[in-house]
Design a protein. Structure first.
Length: 334
């Protein structure tokens, strides 16, 4: 079978690997679409994602849709359309029983956090544990189903803000995750959802997903204390400063974008006088089931997918995904 493998920064190859055989409790999938995530971009362009460096060839990809190729248990018929929860959680930790995604010791598809690396989904065939598989509802296109993992991240982030129904919500950064956060906030009943970005093209996409106000950074300023909830999705320090400034008194900021693992300049002083709260949001626990349901009932989310590129042309796909003015979510087709 063929698989993509990142060998080092700027070195990705479409190469031959042995066909994997599923064992007990495992399922082999024929992968159809894989989304390119920010972590995949870091692995390809920099050879590392934060502190995690590529130390052996790494197959990227944790956002995927597929059909069942072989289920030794016979529970899933060949051809059944599915997506995958990409996490294997670590051992139970007291106090984290209902937040398994925060337990140490787990892993995630397409991650160099451990060694050997946890290989990802950008391969023609993928073997996963059967508990990771989610059967898709009838009629859900496989292209849209590849958004299940990032949409689950967005739903979890909105949930971290508490009750958003009837509240004013600002999403800072209208990249793929920001766009899905816009959709998740609208679905959660926000009275108004707005988006800000440094480029006009992502803001056009945000409006298509329900953002009723948009702010082009450097052109239109966000008024201080004008939003009850602010979700920061860009992972840029200055954007977190903007979020803290924009949130209302007693409001909530959720940091969704991955900030660099470094000392950065952020002005948090307004949090004190406003008694605002800031939460982190990291991946998700079980929200992928809600994401699959949402994807099955709304074709509006098709607008998040801007490009579908054959995996054999991965270099072009990654270059396209890096350009936020030209793309939203880029899918690899296998």
């Amino acid at each position: 079978m063929k698989t993509l493998a990142i060998h080092a920064a700027g070195d990705i190859r479409w190469e031959e690997r042995p066909v994997p055989e599923p064992g007990e409790g495992e399922v082999r999938l024929w992968v159809r679409y894989v989304g390119i995530c920010g972590s995949d971009l870091h692995y390809y362009f920099h050879g590392r994602n934060g502190e995690y460096a590529v130390r052996e060839p790494l197959t990227p990809g944790h956002e995927l849709s597929a059909v069942v190729d072989l289920d030794p248990s016979g529970r899933l018929a060949p051809g059944t359309p599915v997506t995958v929860h990409p996490a294997r959680f670590g051992p139970v930790v007291p106090g984290l029983e209902d937040r398994p995604h925060l337990r140490p010791g787990g892993d995630y598809l397409g991650s160099a956090a451990g060694f050997p690396h946890r290989q990802g989904g950008a391969a023609e065939l993928l073997v996963v544990e059967d508990h990771m598989v989610r059967v898709l509802p009838e009629g859900l296109p496989l292209e849209r189903a590849a958004l299940a993992e990032p949409l689950a991240v967005a739903i979890h982030a909105v949930r971290r803000a508490g009750e958003v129904a009837g509240r004013r919500v600002l999403v800072v950064g209208a990249g793929p995750i920001g766009l899905l956060v816009v959709a998740a906030a609208v679905r959660a009943g926000a009275a108004l959802v707005a988006a800000s970005d440094v480029r006009p093209e992502p803001l056009e996409r945000a409006r298509a997903l329900g953002a009723r106000e948009t702010f082009l950074v450097g052109d239109v300023a966000v008024d201080p204390e004008s939003f009850d909830v602010v979700l920061e999705c860009s992972g840029v320090g200055v954007a977190l400063t903007q979020a803290v400034r924009a949130v209302a008194r007693a409001g909530t900021v959720v940091q969704v974008g991955m900030l660099p693992d470094a000392e950065i300049g952020v002005n948090l002083a307004p949090l004190l006088a406003k008694e605002a709260t800031i939460h982190g949001a990291f991946r998700f626990a079980a929200e992928i089931d809600e994401a699959v349901e949402m994807l099955g009932t709304s074709d509006q989310l098709d607008a998040v997918v801007s490009h579908i590129v054959p995996a054999v042309d991965a270099v072009r796909a990654f270059e396209t995904a890096r350009d936020s003015s030209a793309s939203a979510k880029v899918l690899l087709s296998l």
